[in-house]
Design a protein around this ligand. Sequence first.
Ligand code: SAH
Length: 343
Amino acid sequence: MTEHKKQKTENGISVKTLTIFAAGLVIGLIAGSFIPGLLPGTSHGVSGLQPGRDLQTSGPDKAVPAEKNDSAELSTVKESNYSIADIVGTLPTENKDEYISWMREHTQEQVQHLQARWDLASKFIDSKELRGLAIEAFLKTPREHFVREENRNRPYADTWMAIGWGATITDPDVVSMMTTTLAVKPGMKVLEIGTGSGYQSAMLSNMSDEVYTIEIIEPLFHETDELYNELENQYPAYSNIRRKKGDGFYGWEKYAPFDRIIVTCAIDHLPPPLLDQLSVDGIMVVPLGPPWRQLVMEVRKIKNENGRIVMKRRDVYNGVGVKFIPFRDESGESYSTTPPKQH
Ligand code: SAH
């Protein structure tokens, strides 16, 4: 997803240090305020629905066009009987040899990939970027299938990689942190914006049976759709990934509301239709900020004591920026209204 790599803070404190500090440090920005200098006060032709301000979560603003006719949409939604409920929690995550033999038995994967995946996961467990069910999901997801040919010899390098059409597969540490923050549990309905390589949704399908993902670049949608079809026999959880070609700005109304929404492209405001399609008590994780730098935000939709719906935001990397590729509309225009950075 990203052309991004985490940027260090000006004083050079590494993200690892910061994430440890970040644990428990909650920046709760409640309705009524913006992050100074981060979120501009305008939002792509949609007035009055910026994040943190007078959130109208009961229905989309008039300026937001209705979703296109579903019958005309390009999508794959399978009838799947596969349920992960029985298998979640059975993977050994404490011992490398036990992990490898479990995976060999269930997926016939190559030992070299399993070893590299285990080693990378251990790094992210140490840095606290991988926690809870995300550990198991990471350990089960074969990154080697989602990178492109030229990177097949180094699928577990801790970096983003190009996947064509200007898109990228996100750095595995950022995927880990975002997935951990999303805190998915089996039974939850999860929506991803920006399917890209398919890696993120593959990981999510190990946490819930109901994963939805939207990609705007048609050839990329087809490529990943085909990849999931091919991998389905070996990884039956992928049959639970519902995917469509479309503009994720408008979410997927037909299957809303979603308990969790993850956005994997950069935008400088929260798309109102996505806020609308997020369940009360739901969590959205989104790289928010101007095109050159974003903060990974956890946005929680909650009903306060007065019965009002408010959004609480937390910067999960506590000030350390990331850089994702832009959230674009069908004409290729970025949704961010922040002008390009002047040098
Ligand atoms: N999650 C992906 C990351 C892909 S990069 C992965 O794991 O590989 C971000 C993706 O967002 C790109 O594929 C890009 O085409 C897509 N994207 C950008 N704007 C979009 C939009 N409006 N709707 C859906 N996808 C979008």
